[in-house]
Design a protein around this ligand. Structure first.
Ligand code: FAD
Ligand code: DLZ
Ligand code: SF4
Length: 539
């Protein structure tokens, strides 16, 4: 009897995914397809490819163990067509289903293709909503309708009201305020040690994937090993529990702090798991709320964390589906400079950038402020072309999918959307990095100097950026004070700032893609103490 073919994509690895609902184990087949096109649309970090392929194989194994018929196409299977569409067509040939069921994808690129699957396959293709998110795209559209500005803060308040998260019984925000962001900006105090990382030891199935990735993607930017991501739902839940027990209480206070050699500090490192379906955002938020209600973590930690998931994560997804495909095309600040080669090598004397890029290469991870205020701030100030910066972020982070990467980079970091997402660019001089990290003390540049050979490049780039963008930015009330400071600067200093910026930018060079040979060791790796780790068997 022909049944339903249920196609599960690599970022849909949730047992509750809509495409699996109503599954009849006696008649249906679940399809998973490892395909070259998905490994190649950007030069993904090897750890990201390994995470997704290993998680897909574990997902298939768990379904099979529950008696479900799974057709899992491996990347190196003979005859693999290399694309989602090709694998769907081949699977339809093999199984002759009476219909196909799939869940709405996470990327515009895939959505455009998916709309043609029914005609190509010659069987009905049902595309179901992805209801793993709090806010469906149509709900976001309704919220956005008629608003002049789409500010995350107001969206977040509605989500709090709608879910009841961190509300008092009479519907008011816990503690009397919606947002404790101002309590989340402390630099790291001396003597406060972050908890050890939660690491998972690769099992035999993951080891097979590591061998495949090692053989096939060795030339990519990024170190494959040590590979310590969880690849199952149980492993991801254990990683999240580790965060709740050991780091959550400090998450609020030190959310924006950075320290050389400390990759994760008090962050959760769960975005890859949320984004591929191993963790459920609702369960994660409820768990954190419960910690607050039990008196085990302060409100600024619980609220700060829930805001990231219920607020930012949902908001960027809503914005993506509201504004695509035009959103990706804007370039409001006219940024056209090529991405400098050091983004792919980490070889730069600027310690802040070297640390973050080096860590990214090792771990496929950097926390939010590192992405926003180090690599992101540099890209903004140097006027790097949005498309190239977006490709870099999409490639190098294990959690990067277009729906979440694009608004963060295009809107929040580069202000290329002209202010749809953020009311002003997050531009900063070296002073910010110095306040929030220990990078500057280890740098050959002097963060207190604005001009001259030893001056911190972020300082002269910052003032030059403000001068160059004056026409667009000076009318913004939130920028008024900084333009008054600029206007008090002596004309000779302004000239020197411009000259230093021009000299620096001329020396950057360009790279339109990653190096084709394996890059050398990051200069900072030897100097960076490696965080101690907990090794647990893959759950
Ligand atoms: P924590 O700091 O512990 O935060 C908890 C969770 O909140 C995260 O796991 C994540 O799911 C969510 N979150 C926090 N901030 C954001 C945000 N701005 N947008 C969406 N979710 C958020 N996140 C991605 O998941 N994928 C990306 O490709 C991505 N690209 C980014 C690019 C730039 C330039 C910037 C500034 C941010 C980007 N983010 C992205 C958001 C954020 O940096 C990561 O979600 C976070 O660093 C993941 O680490 P964590 O799990 O330790 O997060
Ligand atoms: C990112 C990725 C990679 C590297 N490989 C695969 C794959 O082989 N098979 C698969 O189903 N998904 C993969 N993915 C995730 C997809 O790119 C993702 O599912 C789509 O972009 C839709 O969001
Ligand atoms: Fe970065 Fe400037 Fe500090 Fe060096 S001095 S680490 S370049 S902010």
């Amino acid at each position: 009897m022909p049944g339903t073919l249920r196609f599960v994509l690599g970022d849909q690895l949730s047992r509750g995914i809509s495409s699996l609902r109503g599954l009849d184990p006696a008649a249906d087949t679940v399809l998973l397809a490892e395909v070259a096109a998905e490994t190649e649309y950007v030069p993904h970090h090897p750890k990201k490819i390994a995470l997704i392929l290993a998680a897909m194989r574990h997902f298939s194994a768990a379904l099979r163990a529950d008696g479900v018929r799974v057709d899992h196409v491996r990347l190196d299977d003979p005859g693999n067509s290399g694309s989602f569409r090709g694998e769907l067509l081949r699977a339809v040939e093999r199984h002759r289903p009476d219909r196909v069921v799939v869940t709405f994808p996470g990327e515009w690129r895939v959505w455009t293709d998916m709309k043609g699957w029914e005609a190509a396959a010659g069987v009905p293709v049902e595309i179901r909503d992805d209801d793993r998110f709090f806010c469906p795209p149509r709900r976001f559209r309704a919220w956005a309708a008629g608003r002049r500005q789409l500010r995350m803060e107001f969206f977040y308040r509605e989500m709090r009201r709608e879910t009841g998260l961190l509300l008092t019984p009479d519907g008011e925000p816990e503690g009397g305020a919606w947002n404790y962001d101002t309590d989340n900006r402390k630099p790291l105090p001396r003597g406060l040690e972050p908890p050890p990382r939660f690491d998972v030891r690769p099992d035999a199935l993951t080891a097979e994937v590591l061998a495949l990735v090692r053989a096939r993607f060795a030339e990519r930017f990024g170190e494959l090993e040590p590979f310590r991501f969880a690849v199952t739902a149980a492993g991801a839940e254990a990683a999240f529990e580790h965060f709740v027990r050991h780091a959550l209480r400090h998450f609020g206070d030190y959310q924006d702090a950075m320290a050389a050699g400390q990759d994760t500090l008090f962050h959760a490192v769960i975005s890859p798991y949320l984004n591929i379906g191993l963790l459920d955002p609702r369960a994660v938020c409820r768990r954190v709320e419960a910690e607050y209600r039990a008196g085990r973590v302060p409100l600024n930690a619980a609220e700060g964390f829930i805001r990231q998931i219920l607020g930012w994560r949902e908001y960027v997804r809503g914005l993506y589906w509201l504004r695509m495909p035009d959103y990706a095309e804007t370039n409001a600040l006219g940024a056209v400079r090529d991405l400098p080669p050091f983004f792919w090598t980490g070889e730069t004397p600027m310690t802040c950038l070297r640390e973050v890029i080096g860590q990214t290469r090792r771990e496929a991870y950097a926390h939010h402020i590192q992405r926003l205020m180090v690599t992101g701030n540099f890209a903004l100030l140097a006027g790097l072309a949005p498309r190239q910066v977006e490709e870099w972020y999409l490639a190098v982070y294990a959690d990067a999918f277009d729906w979440v990467e694009l608004p963060n980079v295009h809107g929040m970091v580069l202000h290329a959307d002209g202010g749809v997402m953020a009311s002003k660019p997050y531009a900063a001089s070296g002073k910010y990095i110095d306040r929030m990290s220990d990078y500057c003390g280890r740098c050959r540049f002097d963060v207190r100097r604005t001009t001259g050979a030893d001056a911190c490049p972020l300082n002269f780039l910052y003032w030059t950026f403000l001068m160059d963008q004056r026409e667009r930015l000076q009318g913004n009330p939130r920028m008024a004070m900084i333009y008054r400071t600029l206007d008090r600067m002596a004309p000779a200093t302004r000239d020197a700032v411009r000259a230093d910026a021009a000299r620096f930018l001329a020396g950057l060079g360009s790279a339109s893609g990653p190096p084709s040979d394996p890059p050398s060791d990051p200069p900072s790796a030897a100097a960076s103490p490696v965080q101690p780790s907990l090794l647990e068997k893959d759950a």
